[in-house]
Design a protein around this ligand. Structure first.
Ligand code: PHE
Length: 351
């Protein structure tokens, strides 16, 4: 039985070759060559007609048995390769290594400063209110007593969206919205948020943040404004901060003041830290001992009239630049840091 003998040879050769393969891929290609549809075993089985009819069934049976046996051998070998690979990857796994923690985010320093400021003012009874960044000319300018030809309304200063629609240039329109909504005194609100101007250089960004404050009640005077701001600055910057009012002008307040606080670096002395002084002394306050931090004043009767409040009402308003205050608090000298989103910078303000 020549064909049967060839079958045995093939089986022996296969077993020997299988013992020699070095990888699962090699074992698979051996399967193709020897046991596949066009492989050696298939070629052998195709020669069935060479046999006398009575021997064919026995050969067919034997061939199938060989095919099954060799496939089993091959499966065992593949399983061994899989187990080996698993062992290898386990030995590379070190369960004693520290785990990888997901990176933690943190609030932006501007958000932190806004929250802290609002918290201090909330404690005094001011309620936080929010309003739109796209405003009407009426809320942003008209009701705030800006004359039609005021330079702030110029295309050079203000971002216009459409006729009579502007990106708010300050948070003061929230004074108008709060009073229109409350209809009569008392009103005690703060309004934090983004404002927009056509400005871009080292110390100006086209988008920045302000916090507006407004208190309207009976018998409110500049002294109340001073008391509230003094309390706020001491809570925020420290107990020894001093405060100074300078006359100023805003269309919506009368009188208007610019508020300075004593310089945080030279503590109001105007001298340089190292005592050398030089020509201009302290670099932060330029030797003056004072830092300008906000604009404020008594609400102008024209504003009360625009919102339907009795023009005999009394109230104060203030508007504070958040970036400016944050720069002073953290000693940051480049405004752009806040907008570059460099994680090395932002990560320093995790609370
Ligand atoms: N809105 C003013 C500005 O952006 C600041 C301000 C607010 C002044 C409230 C007085 C009262 O410059």
């Amino acid at each position: 039985m020549k064909l049967i003998a060839e079958l045995d040879n093939l089986a022996d050769a296969f077993a020997a070759e299988l013992a020699g393969v070095a990888s699962a891929a090699e074992a698979e290609s051996l399967r193709n060559v020897r046991l596949g549809r066009k492989g050696d075993l298939a070629a052998l089985m195709n020669r069935l007609p060479e046999l006398p009819a009575e021997e064919r069934p026995a050969f067919g049976k034997a061939a199938n048995a060989v095919k099954e046996r060799l496939n089993r051998l091959l499966e065992d070998r593949l399983a061994a390769f899989r187990a080996e690979a698993e062992d290898a990857s386990l030995s590379r796994f070190d369960p004693t290594l520290p785990g990888r923690m997901p990176e933690r985010g943190s609030l932006h320093p501007i958000t932190l400063v806004m929250e802290e400021i609002c918290g201090i003012l909330n404690n005094l009874g001011f309620e936080t209110v929010y309003g739109p960044e796209v405003e009407t000319d009426f809320h942003n300018f008209g009701a705030l007593n800006f004359p039609d030809d005021h330079p702030a309304r110029d295309m050079q200063d203000t971002l216009f969206i459409a006729e009579g629609i502007v990106m708010r240039t300050h948070t003061s329109p929230m004074q108008v919205r709060a009073m229109l909504e409350r209809k009569k005194p008392p009103v005690a609100v703060i309004a934090p948020g983004k404002v927009y101007r056509r400005d871009y250089d080292l110390t100006h960004s086209p988008m920045f943040h302000q916090i507006e404050g407004l208190l309207v009640d009976e018998n409110i005077s500049l002294a109340h404004l001073r008391g509230v701001l003094t309390h706020f600055l001491r809570e925020f910057f420290g107990a020894d901060v001093k405060l100074r009012f300078r006359p100023s002008f805003f269309p919506f307040t009368e009188p208007s003041v610019e508020v300075d606080m004593s310089c945080l670096i030279c503590r109001g002395s105007g001298r340089r830290e190292d005592g050398k002084g030089g020509e201009d002394g302290c670099r932060v306050c330029k030797g003056t001992g004072w830092l300008e931090i906000l604009g404020a004043g008594m609400v102008d009767p024209a504003v009360f009239a625009a919102v339907g409040f009795d023009p005999a009402c009394a109230g104060f308003a203030f508007g504070l630049g958040v970036e400016r205050v944050a720069m002073l608090k953290y000693g940051i000298d480049d405004l752009r840091m806040f907008f570059e989103n460099d994680l090395r910078f932002l990560g320093q303000f995790v609370k």
